[in-house]
Design a binder for this molecule. Sequence first.
Ligand SMILES: NC(=O)c1ccc[n+]([C@@H]2O[C@H](COP(=O)([O-])OP(=O)(O)OC[C@H]3O[C@@H](n4cnc5c(N)ncnc54)[C@H](OP(=O)(O)O)[C@@H]3O)[C@@H](O)[C@H]2O)c1
Length: 302
Amino acid sequence: MSIIVTGASGQFGRKATQLLLERVTPSELILTTRKPEQLADLAAKGAQVRQADFDDPSSLWAAFAGGTKMLLISTARAGSRLQQHKNAVEAAKAAGVKHVAYTSFINARKPGNPSVECFDHRDTEIFIEQSGLAYTHLRDSHYAEAVAMIIAPIAIMAGRLPTSAHDGVEAMVSRDDCAASAVAVLTTPGHENKAYDLTGPELLSIPQAVKMIQELSGKPVVADYVSDDDMFAHFDALGFPRQASDHVDPERPWSSDGMVSFERAIREGYFAVISNDVEKLTGKKPRALRDVLIQYQSMWPA
Ligand SMILES: NC(=O)c1ccc[n+]([C@@H]2O[C@H](COP(=O)([O-])OP(=O)(O)OC[C@H]3O[C@@H](n4cnc5c(N)ncnc54)[C@H](OP(=O)(O)O)[C@@H]3O)[C@@H](O)[C@H]2O)c1
């Protein structure tokens, strides 16, 4: 059995690979990435490192050849990544892959969910199912690491965090717990044609997260309840494009319609899901947001 990890040089991909190496031999891993030189350390350990870019379908069949299972890590270009994912699934099928585990999002298919980011996930899930491949949808909640490494520094620097999520709640989950859950799916039997909700242990609002950041940092930080229009104006001022299709900066592949509709979905309760699937898959309780904030606290602005 060979397991493919796509986007293996990303944060999720690196963690999943590290955990897979505790369970399988390096030669059983096919690690694909746009930049193979970034995985030279894993190639040196014996993993098969191959170049693959979902924007270049011609690169994919050879990259996936010989793989049995695939961890398809969603790309970062929210709002315009569906074709990338379709290219990957079609190539996987053509290359003989049997089972695709995909990093999706909580309630991506709930009718009415306004999150633009979830539209890609919903349509990718459906495409995988229609491909005839066995599937496992790994529906991750909002990453606690995103709160710790992106939201916290911005809030501390500014002393305030504008949010149109208001008092809507979500169960932020550690990306590491999601990677461990993915590895369980790839290395143990019985996960075909299933979906898992991967959440943290408690439902929290963004203002409650900001309160934790304020307590841990000792800095005056407040959540500022604003409207969706105010959020658009905030992201306009930071130079983000409105539409995913307007991206010009590959280093900042986000658009304000993705981010504002994400906050709206939190506010309207679409991500208010709590589940014990992480513990069922990994045998361990998921980490709390506070633990993840403490882990990254030393990286916050002084
Ligand atoms: N649940 C959440 O809160 C949350 C938060 C952030 C992100 N996400 C999603 O989870 C994914 C993994 O998160 P992360 O923290 O590991 O992000 P990351 O470190 O920014 O990694 C981005 C990933 O996208 C891959 N990628 C980008 N363009 C690609 C292309 N053209 N072809 C193939 N792969 C491509 C990268 O692969 P290479 O660079 O190796 O080619 C890498 O694996 C993200 O891409 C995003 O879809 C979820």
